[in-house]
Design a protein around this ligand. Structure first.
Ligand SMILES: O=C(O)CCC(=O)C(=O)O
Length: 275
């Protein structure tokens, strides 16, 4: 896929997101699902809690996805050519579980400044209104950061259950994606998602986020990898590149990174959540 068109960039600038970008084939999406399910089967509970993060550090296949040319071309259109990967998260909603994501703005808690970064939500399975796709509040990225309650509510897939109350569902737009498609969203756009009412899993592999090399982490420390271009700022420490699925070195790198991430997620919080 070439870089985003002027129309697509305009859509992103106006609404705070762009979706239905064809970046992977259905076969590639299936391979990612197989890799995730292989990890779940062979290393039970190894993707639970905080370890749903930095999953690209334990799997060469997942790491490769972050470096996919189609994805990076689209990302480059938004944040420029000097791109770092500063994290990944699996957002999995299993059928018959009550997982949801309350309406929130990513920039509220993550400490990445300035906001020259973008989150890539890559659909490993189809994602639609029936299985709890993301919903975006168009144009909300232009406003300031909003007040978030910290509800720590059951089923909420966010760390503290951070919630912007009273967002009208009717004002939001569903981000419907086929497996292999991607959406990109702005650090300040208000978004969330409902429960999975289908009989299959809904899996998003999320690069949280691609950052310009000029972006610093002001709340703590994050481990990065170069995706494209130059890092003239050198704000961050670099992670090891995974060679072996769930190798000892790979698990060690993932654990170190997640330990630091956890400090960022729960900075100033009296309570520690499930993730
Ligand atoms: O996967 C979801 O439903 C929500 C993901 C999300 O909040 C994000 O990627 O920023």
């Amino acid at each position: 896929m070439p870089n985003l068109t002027v129309k697509q960039i305009d859509h992103y600038n106006k609404k705070g997101y762009i979706s239905e970008l064809n970046v992977l084939t259905t076969k590639q999406a299936k391979e990612i699902r197989c890799e995730i399910e292989k990890i779940e089967k062979e290393w039970p509970n190894s993707l639970d809690g905080i370890n749903r993060n930095y999953v690209h550090l334990i799997s060469p296949i997942l790491n490769e996805v972050c470096l996919n040319k189609n994805i990076l071309d689209a990302v480059e259109s938004i944040i420029g050519k000097n791109i770092l990967i500063c994290g990944t998260t699996l957002f999995i909603k299993n059928p018959y579980e009550k997982g949801f994501v309350s309406f929130h703005q990513d920039a509220k808690y993550i400490g990445l400044e300035p906001h020259n970064w973008v989150t890539a939500w890559i659909a490993v399975t189809n994602s639609n209104e029936n299985n709890g796709c993301m919903r975006m509040l168009p144009g909300s990225h232009i406003e300031d950061l909003k007040y978030h309650n910290e509800n720590f509510d059951e089923g909420n897939l966010l760390t503290r259950g951070q919630t912007i109350e009273n967002v009208s569902l009717e004002m939001t737009e569903p981000i419907v994606l086929k497996a292999g498609q991607m959406s990109l969203h702005h650090p300040k756009v208000v978004h969330g998602s409902g429960i999975n009412k289908s009989k299959d899993r809904r899996i998003g592999f999320v690069v949280q986020s691609y950052i310009g090399s000029n972006v610093d982490q002001v709340l703590g420390k994050m481990y990065v990898q170069k995706a494209r271009g130059e890092d003239n700022f050198k704000y961050h420490e670099y992670s090891n590149i995974p060679i072996k699925l769930m190798g000892l070195n790979e698990i060690n790198s993932r654990n170190i990174a997640n330990n630091e991430l956890s400090k960022i997620f729960y900075k100033g919080s009296e309570k520690i959540g499930k993730y």
